[in-house]
Design a protein around this ligand. Structure first.
Ligand SMILES: Nc1nc2c(ncn2[C@@H]2O[C@H](COP(=O)(O)OP(=O)(O)OP(=O)(O)O)[C@@H](O)[C@H]2O)c(=O)[nH]1
Ligand SMILES: [Mg+2]
Length: 454
């Protein structure tokens, strides 16, 4: 027999001072606890109760609102109580302590949402979008996370799973009557149904890929010889003096990170120490960090001073970049050369990049072209009503389902058992997204990344 879930409690509001602070509790039968903390009152479900919150000796710790949500009509599906007190860290800590005295245990990160999932209040994709909404770094990301939370993504997955089940029923039925298999499947247009399913999956995958771009953003690394203007470009993109700029080669000695938002997409820009031979120990460590940052990047901006062209330093930096890394070549300092800023169509790249952009980090000319090129490089098509936030876990599952459907389509007329198996695996992959087929350890990983009180 498994032990019943203990009552959990946590401060749900952010740490620090605030007008109001909220303690949240979830568990079975919380009315006795409500009575003890409020001096014998019985709250009505969903009606704010203005009350003192009392300590063990009956002395008030604070006063405020007590909200009671009776199971199962609550976020977690259990009894939930919220104590809305004054938002000072000491008051909140004392109130939380009181809840512990009354038998609650501190909630783990994400434990409220985990209980909501386990009690079928949310599916897994929705539960994840709770964390994504809280962590959203742009308005677009927040809007799309809310769409997932309200079930937009899950609906697509349920649609796919329903179609898969219909097709599987057809195929499994033929397995029971092998003599009639081929005729039966043809009459039911099993192949047509499979093709339609593949089309539907492709559409969902395309939306999910856009959603993943919005959630994960992109890592952009600035590389180039010393003094070419990397830090100046970081500052220009950020619209702020983040990194130190001087005309001394080797000014940037450590990696400098800044996040900006382009059309709602979070872009993490990393300025690096100009990679060069040096005896300076500090700079050597910086250069090592630069190499690491370069390895983790999605796109490298390779800066070149047009007056110097592809010099030896830049050549050796390029030799170090991994072959698969996307590159945009930046010819900086156009204000000195008098060249027109912007995308240079037809101009052969010196660095092997697909795109060459002339700009001036100093005047800002050509920056807009660079921003557009970055979004294009990562494949962002802009926010639309049909999008929802997605994670790489979801993309992996959809790709796995796609591969199973491709294998299913390759099955010959006499490979019905194999066909049935590929369809089953495709369904399992889709259902992992909403959590119907998810191993417990995966649940642990997903919910441990939440904040406490959620
Ligand atoms: N005229 C002009 N000067 C620039 C431009 N971009 C950078 N500079 C100047 O070039 C010098 C070097 O700029 P930084 O941004 O420090 O160059 P860096 O590539 O970060 O250099 P390290 O950190 O030493 O590798 C500074 O004096 C900048 O003011 C530009 O677009 N036009
Ligand atoms: Mg620098």
């Amino acid at each position: 027999m498994t032990a019943p879930n203990p009552t959990i409690a946590a401060i749900a509001t952010a740490p620090g001072r605030g007008g109001v602070g909220v303690i949240r509790l979830s568990g079975k039968n919380l009315l006795p606890l409500a009575a003890q903390i409020s001096g014998g009152k019985t709250p009505k479900p969903r009606v704010a109760l203005y009350t003192d919150f009392l300590d063990g000796a009956g002395q008030p710790i604070d006063n405020g609102l007590l909200l009671y949500f009776a199971a199962p009509a609550s976020f977690t599906g259990e009894d939930v109580i919220e104590l809305q007190g004054h938002g000072g860290p000491v008051v909140m800590e004392m109130l939380l302590q009181r809840c512990m005295e009354l038998g609650a245990k501190p909630a783990e990160p994400g434990e409220f949402t985990k209980r909501a999932f386990l009690n079928n209040k949310l599916d897994l994709a929705q539960a994840e979008s709770v964390a994504d909404l809280i962590d959203a770094s742009s308005k677009s990301a927040a809007r799309m996370a809310l769409r997932s939370l309200k079930g937009a993504f899950s609906q697509h997955i349920h649609g796919l799973v329903d179609d898969l089940i219909t097709l599987r029923m057809l195929v499994e039925a033929t397995l029971d009557f092998p003599e009639e298999d081929i005729d039966f499947l043809e009459a039911a247009d099993a192949r047509g149904k499979l093709q339609a399913l593949q089309g539907r999956l492709k559409t969902v995958l395309a939306s999910a890929e856009q959603g993943a771009i919005l959630r994960e953003g992109m890592n952009v690394v600035l590389v180039g010889a010393p003094n070419v203007g990397k830090s100046s470009l970081l500052n220009a993109l950020a619209g702020d003096d983040i990194a130190i700029v001087t005309d001394i080669a080797g000014t940037t000695r450590d990696t400098v990170r800044e996040q900006i938002t382009l059309d709602g997409v979070p872009v993490h820009i990393i300025d690096t120490a100009g990679l060069r031979e040096t005896d300076d120990v500090v700079e050597q460590i910086g250069i090592e960090r630069s190499r690491k940052a370069v390895n983790e990047a999605d796109v490298a901006l390779v800066l070149i001073d047009p007056r110097e062209g592809l010099n030896e330093k830049t050549r050796s930096i390029l030799a170090d970049l991994s072959a698969g890394l996307k590159k945009i070549e930046i010819r900086n300092k156009t204000d000195l050369t008098g060249e027109a800023a912007g995308i240079s169509d037809g101009l052969a790249a010196l660095s092997g990049a697909d795109t060459v952009i002339r700009l001036s980090a100093k005047t800002g000319a050509g920056l807009d072209a660079l921003k557009r090129a970055l979004l294009q490089e990562i494949g962002w098509q802009g926010e639309s009503e049909s999008l929802f936030l997605a994670r790489s876990r979801h993309l992996n599952a959809l790709h796995a389902a796609e591969a199973e459907l491709e294998n299913a389509a390759l099955c010959g007329n006499h490979q019905i058992e194999l066909l049935a198996e590929h369809l089953r695996l495709a369904q399992t992959a889709c259902s992992e997204i909403t959590g119907e087929f998810t191993a417990d350890d995966l649940l642990g990983v997903i919910f441990s990344r939440f904040c406490i009180g959620k």
